[in-house]
Design a protein around this ligand. Structure first.
Ligand code: HEM
Length: 246
């Protein structure tokens, strides 16, 4: 970080703009309205946040989606037909930017896995002032947990909430959905800054995985959820992979 900072100081922001600024360059050259930059410790905090928020969350969402589709071969087949229709006849299996909006059923499967398994199961807020919620007054400095997992399993909204059913995200059903019923990336001013990136990244990875493999559950592996900052499992997820022929 110090080396990068030295280079930044030597080259200056103008020169940096000519080449591609990486994440660290942006943090090191960022200034507030008074022209003050971030301290090293603040830069470190930002890098920690992005590495954690950008890695463990997507790893969890991807693992639970692959697991869900492994357990539902009929939905997996439908995803594979969608992916094959896009990629058949091409020289490579690379997913392009233009392919992403066409992966509509895969996106439904991904959303349903994020509803059912909830990669970030809860978030917390520290109240800076007293707040009344549903007639109950909470004092300043209380820590309030928002249980995204419980929202995603609210039986008034999600019938048979423990069933994996991607048709819940059919476009016509989405139109009438309450915008706070499904919030894997949180909502409001501090919602996930990386959500579009995450969706693109996950769709690309899932399309590549299911283009290449048929995946099924290992019957000897009992998957148990372990709630932590991201949704994990107690003993991991073991799956059987067999290479597809095209
Ligand atoms: C499946 C993937 C992801 C999920 C489920 C997810 C979920 C969330 C949630 C629920 C929050 C709100 C936390 C809170 O309100 O306390 C959040 C914030 C954040 N996320 Fe994500 N995230 C994902 C991917 C990413 C990626 C790929 C990045 C960056 C490349 C990222 C960067 C961030 C950052 C920087 C924040 C803090 C925003 C702020 O405080 O203003 N996330 N994420």
């Amino acid at each position: 970080m110090e080396e990068s900072s030295k280079n930044t100081a030597e080259t200056g922001c103008v020169t940096l703009k000519k080449r591609c600024m990486d994440f660290l360059d942006i943090l090191l050259t960022a200034k507030d309205e008074d022209g003050k930059g971030l301290t090293f410790s603040e830069v470190q905090d930002e890098v920690d946040t992005f590495l954690f928020e950008g890695h463990d969350t997507t790893a969890s969402a991807l693992a639970w989606t692959v697991y869900s589709l492994a357990g539902h071969p009929e939905y997996q087949k439908k995803c594979q037909m969608e992916i094959d229709e896009i990629l058949n006849g091409r020289e490579t299996d690379e997913i392009t930017w233009d392919d992403l909006p066409k992966l509509t059923y895969l996106t439904q499967c991904l959303k349903e896995a994020m509803r059912l398994h909830c990669p970030v199961p809860f978030i917390s807020r520290l109240l800076t002032k007293e707040m009344t919620i549903d007639g109950k007054t909470l004092p300043k400095n209380s820590v309030v947990d928002i249980q995204i997992y419980s929202l995603h399993h609210n039986p008034q909204i999600w019938k048979n909430d423990m069933v994996y059913d991607p048709s819940r995200f059919d476009p016509d059903k989405m139109e009438n959905m309450d915008s706070f019923a499904f919030v894997p990336f949180s909502a409001g001013p501090r919602n996930c800054i990386g959500q579009n990136f995450a969706m693109h990244e996950m769709k690309t990875i899932l399309a590549r995985i299911f283009r290449t493999f048929d995946i099924s559950l290992d019957p000897n592996c009992k998957v148990e959820k372990k709630i932590s900052v991201v949704m994990k499992t107690s003993n991991g997820i073991r799956l059987n992979l067999s290479r597809r022929s095209h």
